[in-house]
Design a protein around this ligand. Structure first.
Ligand code: HEM
Length: 381
């Protein structure tokens, strides 16, 4: 056990020094850094092994010794957002969507939700975790439930049903939503199970847990690279996703089922005109159709400044024999950002055009949530 712990500590140390994790971002490693790194690693390893002669290796001990800087989830001065909000992606995500029964005890449910981080720590021991099994999670609440438990928001966030020429966007019920990311999918399964088990018996009316995966290094199941124009670095992600005063974030979730027959039967040129980008390398088409997805999202057919941004953390999900598609999830400091985009997808925005992306996928479920800041959430414990 001590040897295994020691190995994990060394792995932790290595990945944190080099910053290899998908989740921590992939900053380029300079040449001199590369040559100095093995030396540093060697010295640290010798130190760690020596130290282990006296005491079992322990992550907490290393933290106490200040050998490791634990990733901070907030910039100085800004209230902390929950870990899922602007952190980078991992190999898998859990999307757990819960509708409560009418007689559920809302305060008790909120208490369990407010202790989500404790459940996360039960699934992956914080003193032992590394990039393979650490979980970054957050919990959000539907507007009715949040009001019921006495939660306050700066802006109301009701999700309206929408209908366009290519299909509908139904407005679905939802009280509690968990978004969690991990490189080990079974950890996410454990978390969903533990969360539901921790709720007072009979609380849940309907629930759905979806487990997503990275497809072809970051492509949607349509074959297009997804995320090209997403805010990439931690600062811009935080700026777009988090309300500065509260640390809270508004979230859109939509379940999309792709029509693989359409996707497989259309020429790449046609699909590219629907998306507004090339399939091979995601180059933006400079004069694209006003009905292309990118033109709908950015406000025009040319490459221009965007009126609104969101932090998308959508991922593919599903099975070959059943249904598959995109679980769309986006974070923003205001729900206005989502409404602008959704209206423009169904011809209800500033022009009558609808989004061609809806020719290849069908939206079956959708709503908005509020993910309170860490301090706001703590009040419900
Ligand atoms: C079936 C559903 C969807 C699919 C397959 C899809 C796919 C894509 C793809 C391939 C891109 C281009 C690459 C990129 O910049 O990421 C893109 C861009 C984008 N999508 Fe979607 N998307 C879907 C739904 C949505 C929805 C519902 C929203 C908003 C509510 C949205 C917002 C955006 C935004 C903001 C961009 C970036 C536009 C830019 O700045 O160039 N997407 N999407």
């Amino acid at each position: 056990m001590a040897a295994r712990n020691g190995f994990k500590v060394f792995q932790n140390l290595r990945s944190r020094i080099i910053g290899q994790s998908r989740g921590l971002g992939t900053k380029p490693v300079s040449g001199s850094y590369r040559s100095v790194c093995p030396a540093i690693l060697g010295s640290v390893a010798v130190g760690v092994v020596g130290f282990g002669a006296y005491k079992y290796f322990n992550w907490e001990t290393l933290k106490e010794l200040n050998l490791i800087k634990v990733q901070s989830v907030s910039a100085a001065g800004t209230p902390q957002a929950q870990p899922s909000v602007w952190s980078q992606g991992k190999d898998h995500a859990l999307y757990l969507w819960i509708e409560l029964s009418h007689d559920a005890n809302a305060k008790e449910v909120a208490k369990v939700a407010a202790r989500l981080q404790k459940l996360v720590d039960m699934v992956t021991d914080p003193s032992m975790r590394d990039e393979s099994d650490e979980i970054w999670a957050g919990v959000g609440f539907g507007p009715n439930f949040y009001k019921q438990i006495g939660g306050k928001v700066k802006e109301s966030y009701t999700y309206s049903h929408r209908k366009g020429v290519h299909g509908e966007m139904p407005s679905s019920a939802g009280d509690v939503f968990i978004h969690a990311k991990c490189n080990t999918v079974s950890k996410l399964f454990e978390l969903a199970h533990l969360f539901i088990k921790s709720l007072p018996p009979g609380s849940v009316k309907n629930a759905e847990d979806i487990y997503s995966f990275v497809y072809k290094n970051g492509r949607d199941l349509s074959g297009f690279i997804d995320g090209t124009e997403n805010p990439a670095d931690d600062d811009s992600r935080q700026k777009v996703a988090v309300n500065k005063e509260t640390g809270g974030s508004y979230v859109i979730t939509q379940k999309w089922i792709h029509d693989l027959k359409v996707i497989n039967s259309q020429q790449d040129k046609t699909l590219e005109s629907w998306v507004g980008r090339l399939k091979s390398d995601s180059t933006e088409i400079s004069k694209k159709s006003i009905t292309s997805h990118v033109a709908r999202m950015t406000g025009g057919s040319n490459v221009q400044k965007k009126p609104f941004e969101i932090v998308r953390q959508s991922m593919p999900f599903g099975t070959v024999t059943g249904e598959s598609g995109l679980f769309f999830i986006g974070y923003a400091a205001s729900p206005e950002n989502f409404n602008y985009m959704l209206d423009r997808m169904v011809g209800a925005g500033d022009d009558p055009h609808s989004d061609d992306i809806m020719r290849l996928s069908r939206n079956v479920k959708g709503t908005f949530w509020y993910f309170p800041g860490v301090a706001e959430l703590k009040r419900f414990e």
